[in-house]
Design a protein around this ligand. Structure first.
Ligand code: GCO
Ligand code: MG
Length: 403
């Protein structure tokens, strides 16, 4: 028995907001869990402090599965990003504790390493096709084997995925949502041109990826998938919103471009049809928003039975605690595909010192016991919460659209 003595939530904003759960055991190790839900941070902080933490005190930290079931089934109100991020934070912290108690890095408890390193993809973006390719060349020189390409859309003032800063991308940029403008027609013209230019300049020895960010209809996505086929993308991400999983049947009927989806999923039920019918190739669910390591492993096992590989979300709004958890998971699962890697700023890394590292286009979680991430609470306290929203998106005639 490793008794949970106390738990608390730390909210900090070293350049962007992060919510972290810290669980302390009586005479044992402490554990960290990420609970960050971009733009809705305080809802999860409250869910944890007001509703979850009181139920944790006195429980055995070793009983990870039982506590997961207790919080999932016991709430009666199931699923949803707030609930599942809160459960994820508890789950991560408990795995961290178990690893530290065993003196082993988490991946060893998950069955050990299934590979030497975890391939990651970097983000090349620019206002023009030329700028995007220049950035991609820099990533290739830094050793990246896989690069996501996003470029500005001629005729639109700003586009998802194109940052103001060269290496850091932070879409939650204002204390009320920024309004952006969208045209599917303009977008569908530029992406195939981007990929044609990329293959010409970068050659064929690098994986190229693209994120549609849930903005197309199935038939539009099918068109884009077909147009990109000659350039052999690694994946086309979030081509349509997956609220209706059956949408992917239509896309699948038309194109052999590999499909990835699921960064907003929080449960295996969000992906059941997609996986079972082999409508996708990569599942993007990740530790923090999909119920922690315990639930993500269940999703991965189900996906493995259907030839679907993992491609965990890894944007900057997922804290270094999630990044570490994802890397332990990635190193251990048999059906790993790729891991997204968007560097955190130095300020963030200073608040969350960590054992994971990048080299030659790949990452490794390191050998520190547990997750291998610390929280410098003194530094964290110097960066108070700052309200920040993701943008919203409208068509040129003012109609609300998906951002
Ligand atoms: C990605 C994502 C992010 C999201 C962000 C929202 O593929 O990395 O689409 O850029 O927009 O995580 O909070
Ligand atoms: Mg995405």
């Amino acid at each position: 028995m490793l008794e949970i003595k106390s738990a608390r939530v730390v909210v900090t904003c070293p350049g962007r907001n992060f919510v972290t759960l810290k669980i302390e055991t009586a005479d044992g190790p402490t554990g960290l869990g990420d609970a960050t839900l971009n733009g809705r941070e305080l809802a999860v902080a409250s869910y944890l402090s007001d509703h979850v933490i009181p139920c944790l005190i006195g429980r055995d930290a070793h009983r990870i599965e039982d506590i997961w079931q207790y919080l999932y089934r016991g709430a009666y109100w199931r699923r949803g990003p707030v609930t599942m991020s809160a459960i994820a934070a508890v789950d991560m912290a408990l795995w961290d504790i178990k690893g530290k108690a065993a003196g082993l890095p988490l991946y060893q408890l998950l069955g050990g390493a299934s590979r030497e390193r975890v391939m990651v993809y970097g983000h090349a973006n620019g206002t023009t096709i030329g700028d995007t390719i220049d950035r991609a060349l820099e990533y290739r020189d830094q050793g990246y084997k896989a690069i996501r390409l996003q470029c500005g859309v001629p005729g639109l003032p700003a586009t998802y995925g194109v940052s103001k800063d060269k290496y850091f991308y932070e879409p939650a940029d204002a204390d009320l949502p920024t309004e952006t403008v969208w045209s599917t027609e303009k977008y569908l013209r530029v992406v195939p041109e981007l990929f044609a230019a990329a293959r010409e300049k970068l050659g064929w020895d690098v994986h190229l990826l693209h994120d549609v960010h849930h903005r197309l209809t199935p038939i539009e996505a099918a068109r884009l998938g077909k147009d990109l086929e000659p350039y052999r993308p690694f994946w086309l991400e979030d081509a349509v919103p997956a609220d209706n999983q059956e949408s992917f049947r239509l896309i699948r009927q038309h194109t052999t471009t590999p499909l990835a989806v699921g960064e907003v999923f929080n449960s295996i039920w969000d992906a059941k049809t997609l996986i079972q019918e082999q409508l996708i190739d990569y599942i993007r669910a990740t530790v923090v928003h999909a119920g922690g390591i315990t639930h993500l492993r269940r999703i991965a096992a189900f996906a493995d039975m259907h030839n679907v590989r993992t491609g965990c979300h890894g944007a900057t709004d997922l804290s270094p605690v999630t990044m570490a958890a994802a890397l332990h998971f990635d190193l251990s699962v048999p059906n790993f595909g790729i891991q997204e890697y968007m560097r955190h700023t130095d300020e963030t890394d200073a608040v969350f010192p960590h054992a994971y590292r990048f080299a030659d286009g790949a990452m490794h979680p390191g050998e520190a016991p547990g997750l291998g991430v610390e929280l410098d609470e003194e530094r964290a306290a110097r960066h108070p919460y700052k309200r920040a929203y993701l943008p919203v998106n409208r068509l040129e005639d003012g109609t609300m659209h998906d951002w």
